[in-house]
Design a protein around this ligand. Structure first.
Ligand SMILES: C[S@@+](CC[C@H](N)C(=O)[O-])C[C@H]1O[C@@H](n2cnc3c(N)ncnc32)[C@H](O)[C@@H]1O
Length: 341
């Protein structure tokens, strides 16, 4: 498997566990939030930000926005806490009832969000982002920012799209191959943000075993590689051309048996002079500039409907692109727009 495509063993185990057992309790570090959100500052002015999967006792999203409220010139910050079950600063019950918080900025000029400045309201239900109450709060918001449960990622994104919301959210790059998510990418309704350092995140974790190697292990953290930020807010990166420096040769870029396209193993090796369809790794999307490339479709082992694949399937059963009868990995089919005549 080309290095670019290969998920790390440890992280995959973490991810599978998260999906299998709905183990969604790991928390994003403040520095990772700050590093990404630094690129979106101009979007927040006079906006209502909603973090809808965020227990304020542990959520660094709440921390980031409440402490940077004035700097970002926010209008309001809303946070809902899912199934709040313990006595703390913001709640006094042990039930499944959740709370939502609203913060409208520093009132006493101490530059710190104090409990008396934060409105705490009880919810009737458990704070599920899909609940009627959750949706009412969603409707009030302009930008949704959080790390949602990976196990509900499809539903989570579908809801944001249904209510036509702007968002910056954490997810796993595997979600790109979900046909619902890929369609949004293809239609330029969702794209990748700047990302985590080295393509992996360390998340605050008190529950799960960390399978990271000794050198990658951090105390109290779980390492997940392949985590990315998804957004539909404009960012500079999306308008930067990928520098191409290679030329096409049939030897280096063989054609597939079952698709009329050539295979490119690494995004950086996309030939600059090839004007027909190319199959590139899904990690290409991190470099995707819609003015430079057109996304036609995607192919992976799962097999997709024609509208997702985007180009004619010339084989008989294996949907994954084959070269001389051998499987490659998931591929996004693209064309270089700059070579169009
Ligand atoms: C990956 S964690 C991230 C938590 C927090 N957003 C952060 O980044 O630190 C996902 C969170 O979503 C919460 N959650 C799970 N199912 C939910 C649901 N249906 N509605 C709202 N929140 C949910 C979990 O309790 C968990 O705290």
């Amino acid at each position: 498997m080309p290095k670019e495509n290969k998920p790390k063993k440890d992280s995959n185990k973490n991810l599978h566990n998260a999906k299998k057992g709905k183990n969604d309790e790991f928390y994003t570090q403040l520095e990772d939030i700050g590093r990404e959100l630094n690129h979106y500052k101009e979007h927040f002015k006079n906006k209502v930000v909603y973090c809808n999967c965020d227990d304020p006792r542990v959520s660094n999203f709440f921390h980031y926005f409440s402490y940077n409220f004035e700097k970002l010139r926010l209008k309001k910050l809303i946070t809902t806490c899912y199934k709040n079950q313990s006595r703390d600063l913001f709640s006094n019950n042990q039930s499944d009832k959740a709370i939502w918080l609203e913060y409208a900025g520093d009132k006493n000029n101490d530059k710190v969000p104090n409990p008396e400045e934060i409105g705490v309201h009880e919810l009737q239900g458990d704070g599920d982002f899909r609940s009627k109450e959750g949706i009412e709060l969603l409707k009030k918001a302009d930008i949704i920012v959080t790390n949602p449960p990976f196990s509900l990622f499809r539903e989570y994104v579908a809801q944001l799209v249904e209510y036509d919301k702007k968002f910056i959210i954490v997810g796993h790059q595997n979600a790109i191959t979900y046909k619902e998510i890929f369609k949004l990418i293809k239609e330029n309704k969702l794209w990748l943000g700047y990302g985590f350092k080295g393509g992996a995140g360390h998340f605050i974790n008190t529950k799960y075993e960390d399978y990271a190697t000794a050198s990658d292990h951090k105390e109290g953290m779980i390492r997940v590689s392949g985590v990315v930020w998804f957004t539909n807010l404009e960012i500079k990166k999306r308008h930067e051309d990928l520098m191409l420096y290679k030329s096409y040769t049939p030897e280096e870029y063989p054609s597939y048996d079952n698709y009329d396209a050539i295979n490119v193993n690494k995004t950086k090796d996309i030939p600059s002079d090839f004007d027909c369809v190319m199959g590139v790794p899904i990690t290409f999307l991190d470099k995707y500039n819609p003015k430079q490339f057109e996304i036609l479709g995607m192919s992976a082992s799962a097999g997709y409907s024609e509208d997702v694949v985007g180009i004619p399937f010339l084989g008989n059963k294996d949907a994954r692109p084959l070269i001389n009868g051998k499987n490659t990995y998931a591929r996004v089919f693209i064309k270089n727009r700059k070579l169009e005549v």
